[in-house]
Design a binder for this molecule. Structure first.
Ligand SMILES: C[S@@+](CC[C@H](N)C(=O)[O-])C[C@H]1O[C@@H](n2cnc3c(N)ncnc32)[C@H](O)[C@@H]1O
Length: 338
């Protein structure tokens, strides 16, 4: 089978050339790992241009027919997010200019490399990173935060609820940002008191499924949260150009990123983004699986890449003990001048 990434890989390369023996493992691991679909034939697609997106003037309509879940972890404020099945159910009623809603529904794929990078569902390392944030006592107070490869945006939303000065959400796909990330920010504009309105204590990491035809975020809170957010779509390479061209250029005290190192072809762009957009004493919190079967990336390869670049020190914050190994690491500049 020939396929096409939109990066440095020839369209005639085969999956075997890239993945070695990991192909054989793919079918064994379904459900645990990314399920990539590779574009057949054709020439490499152009690098996806970066774009800023603005919330609609009446964001309420984003929540029409919303089915949402509430995630509670320890003492973190409850986080609401749209249930991923909503997109399958309403695919024909939604704007789908990138054609990703129909394609993911048709192909039942978590990832279509270079077309759809997986942002329509919450990946499990997001939960790990939220727990680490809880344990580290990170408050985000007054900080500029980037949720890079945000998907549902739970990491950015947490920092927003926890007094970050500003939070920028970046995802490869504009559809993800406009239909999922923004909706989730609006969903979380309800008062924290009413978030936990059943009053029952919840064990760490629980999700409640709820269905509401009309959810009314309180205007006061929306006015507090939304003006502190910006939303960007596009490839990391073009996002970096857009961020650097802002006046003043964008810099972040904290970059949060989960399940974004699955494809080694993206490492140079990802590393450059960290390097150019992180403030001098900033931190990148990165959550990942050890290995992404069928795609090829993983923590060891990423750590080796970072070591070779010699810009960041990487420290482990958390390692899972069971199942497919997962990790949370923190990256800081080795030298302040970087
Ligand atoms: C597997 S999803 C993870 C989504 C979310 N962080 C989570 O943990 O639920 C990977 C995300 O990385 C981003 N991504 C991957 N490759 C990218 C690239 N080359 N340029 C820009 N964004 C990319 C996409 O936005 C995508 O949503």
């Amino acid at each position: 089978m020939s396929f096409c990434f939109n990066f440095d890989v020839s369209p005639t390369t085969t999956t075997d050339d890239l993945q070695g023996d990991t192909c054989a493992s793919l079918t064994d691991k379904i459900g645990l790992v990314a399920k990539p679909v590779y574009e057949r034939g054709g020439s490499a697609e152009a690098v996806k241009e970066a774009k800023e997106h603005f919330p609609p003037s009446d964001p309420q309509h984003l929540l029409d027919d919303a089915i949402y879940e509430t995630l509670t972890i320890g003492t973190l404020p409850p986080l609401r997010f749209l249930n991923e099945t909503l997109f399958e159910k309403t695919v024909n009623e939604r704007e789908d200019t990138e054609n990703i809603l129909s394609r993911t529904a048709e192909q039942r794929s978590d990832l279509i490399s270079g077309v759809y990078e997986g942002g329509l569902k919450v990946w499990e390392c997001t939960y790990d990173l939220l727990e680490v944030i809880e344990n580290e006592g990170e408050t985000f107070g007054g900080k500029a935060v980037l949720d890079l490869g945000c998907g549902a945006g739970l990491l950015g939303i947490l920092s927003l609820k926890r007094t970050a000065r500003e939070v920028h959400f970046q995802d490869y796909n504009s559809t993800v940002l406009e239909q999922l990330t923004m909706s989730n920010v609006i969903l979380n504009c309800q008062d924290d008191d009413s978030d936990d309105d059943d009053g029952k204590g919840k064990s760490p990491q629980t999700t409640d499924k709820e269905e509401e035809s009309k959810i009314k975020p309180k205007r006061g809170r929306r006015d507090l949260l939304l003006p502190r957010c910006r939303f960007f779509s596009g490839d990391w390479r073009t996002f970096l150009i857009l961020a650097s061209s802002q006046v003043p250029p964008l810099k972040y005290d904290i970059i949060l990123t989960s399940e974004t190192i699955y494809n080694t072809a993206y490492y140079p762009a990802l590393h450059d983004t960290f390097h150019r957009l992180l403030a001098p004493r900033g931190k990148v919190y990165l959550a990942t699986k050890s290995h992404y079967f069928g795609v090829g990336g993983g923590l060891h390869l990423f750590e080796t890449f970072v070591e070779e670049r010699d810009v960041f020190a990487v420290n482990r914050l958390w390692d899972s003990q069971d199942g497919l190994k997962r990790h949370v690491v923190v990256l800081c500049f080795k030298k302040e001048s970087d």
